[in-house]
Design a protein around this ligand. Structure first.
Ligand code: AHR
Length: 502
């Protein structure tokens, strides 16, 4: 029997933009956790390590993605971290317990190593301060260390430690998930609002050129959601630039339809946080707009059981090493599309994390490989720069736990300078191909450059060290422009990137 092909329409207008894509929406995250740092980006003695101990194979894959900003050094880890432990002669750096993850941190890799690595990775730093077990004084000292030229106690310490020029870190997280009882030094919303504002105020006195991200909710289901954001913003509206959102998705009891509809939940979350930001703007009669930093997002669940068996107080064990399957590619693709569709307010987003720990890149002693979720993230980062067009999708769909989920998720990005148009689309239908139509009469002369597809017959297919290319992106000839209209076939359960240009 011939396969059914359903139809969907995508509408864009060349002049109706949601907003410019801030490249930091393609950011990622490296925490001192598991093998993210040690054995992930840094492994002296490994055959792929350079003279600094940085893994060249990992760097190559990171550069393939083009990661513009990396959040560092945590995560839960940061809420008990002493930044001073991570600078100075390595032999003198203390080994400390990290109660958040039940491990020992050796501090062999620290701030200077990270800054050196970030240069090679061609990425900027988003540095998180410890507002858990420490506070305002510590925030003041670390920014003096990183951003003041010299002639003061901490800036001279940096120079003595080998960095003549300041690191000039411009993006700072005011703690991590401080609304969560699992956080070391967890705070109430009133306590956090006060300390974050006072720390932020002082940091901006020291370097007015920085931007600050205040902790929002650790996920949409937090009991304090909404009130937390409002309280934090009411106290620190003038100091804060972005409010953070975190969200990870696990399975829905193997209900793939509900699993893939979690991007609808993410969309609801973003809309809700925008509303709270704008509520505070209104009551303050302010002209300033607070934007969003979705600085932890991903699928996360595969490693849960395996992690429970880990021995405590070891150094960089195999923690949170989720092996992603093909279904995760689809959800990560839809989440990426959701973030882009909110480019007017979501300015920063970090796929959590980057290497080995819930990550698109995995390493072993013998090499590095791409997990299934690598492809939508890489293609969006590489080709999703420009202006997001207001993309209206008319497609059949289904009622999910989170609301109506269209089978086709899509966003169209226009790069006026390069004269390209890129369509990202996910087909969530398990059985049917979809033919999408896009009116291109405003883009005369555009041709199909390429149509890349990630699909697989098995939703649970994975990439492993032995089979690193089981799930991959392939070029297809499914797209054609005739009489000013693009028609593309999106296979059942697939991620698609269609590039058009002159
Ligand atoms: O990314 C893993 C952990 O998830 C981070 O440390 C924490 O911020 C979040 O709960």
């Amino acid at each position: 029997m011939a396969k059914k092909v359903q139809k969907a329409n995508i509408y864009v207008d060349r002049n109706i933009e949601v907003g410019q894509v801030d490249k930091r929406i393609f950011g990622s995250f490296i925490e001192h956790l598991g093998r993210a740092v040690y054995e992930g980006i840094y492994q002296p003695g490994n055959k792929f390590a350079d003279k600094n101990g940085f893994r060249k194979d990992t760097l190559k894959l990171i550069q393939e993605i083009g990661v513009p900003v990396v959040r560092y050094p945590g995560g839960n880890f940061v809420s008990g971290f002493h930044w001073e432990d991570s600078v100075g002669p390595v032999a003198k750096r203390p080994h400390r317990i990290d109660p958040a993850w039940g491990v020992i941190e050796t501090n062999e890799f620290g701030l200077h190593e990270f800054e050196k690595w970030a240069k090679l990775a061609k990425t900027d730093t988003m540095y998180a301060i410890n507002l858990g077990t420490r506070g305002i004084e510590d925030a003041k000292n670390v920014i003096e260390y990183t951003n003041i030229k010299g002639g003061t106690y901490y800036s001279d310490m940096r120079i003595k430690n080998g960095a003549k020029d300041p690191f000039n870190i411009k993006l700072w997280c005011q703690g991590n998930e401080m609304d969560g009882p699992w956080q070391m030094g967890h705070l109430t919303m009133q306590e956090y609002a006060r300390i974050a504002n006072e720390a932020g105020k002082m940091m901006k006195w020291i370097d007015p050129g920085i931007e600050l991200v205040a902790c929002g909710s650790s996920n949409l289901d937090m009991p304090t959601f909404g009130k937390w954001e409002a309280t934090v913003l009411e106290e620190g509206y003038d100091t804060i630039d972005y409010v953070s959102l975190h969200q990870y998705y696990g399975p829905d009891h193997n209900d793939w339809a509900d699993f893939l509809a979690k991007s609808v939940h993410m969309d609801n979350f973003i809309n809700a946080v925008v509303s709270v930001c704008d509520y505070v703007k209104a009551v303050k009669h302010s002209k300033k707009q607070i934007n969003l930093s979705f600085d932890e997002w991903n699928v996360w669940y595969h490693s849960n059981e395996q992690d429970k068996k880990l021995e405590k107080w070891t150094t960089h064990p195999h923690q949170l090493e989720d092996v992603y399957n093909f279904a995760d590619t689809l959800l990560v693709g839809s989440m990426m599309i959701t973030l882009l569709r909110h480019a007017d307010r979501v300015k920063i987003a970090c796929l959590a994390q980057l290497v080995n720990v819930i990550a698109p890149i995995m390493t072993s002693d013998t090499g590095a490989w791409r997990q299934t979720i690598f492809f939508p993230y890489m293609q969006a980062s590489k080709y999703g720069r420009g202006a997001v067009l207001n993309t209206v999708v008319k497609s059949a769909g289904y009622e999910s736990k989170y609301g109506f989920a269209p089978y086709i998720d899509s966003v169209v990005i226009k790069d006026e300078e390069a004269e390209t148009l890129t369509v990202f689309a996910v087909n969530k239908n398990m059985d049917d191909d979809f033919e999408i139509s896009l009116d291109l009469r405003q883009f005369e002369g555009y041709k199909v450059i390429e149509h890349q597809v990630v699909t697989h017959k098995d939703l649970e297919a994975v990439n492993t060290e032995k089979k690193p290319e089981n799930v991959k992106s392939v070029a297809v000839k499914n797209s054609k422009i005739t009489k000013g209209e693009l028609k593309s076939i999106l296979p059942a359960k697939s991620w698609n990137m269609i590039r058009l240009g002159k």
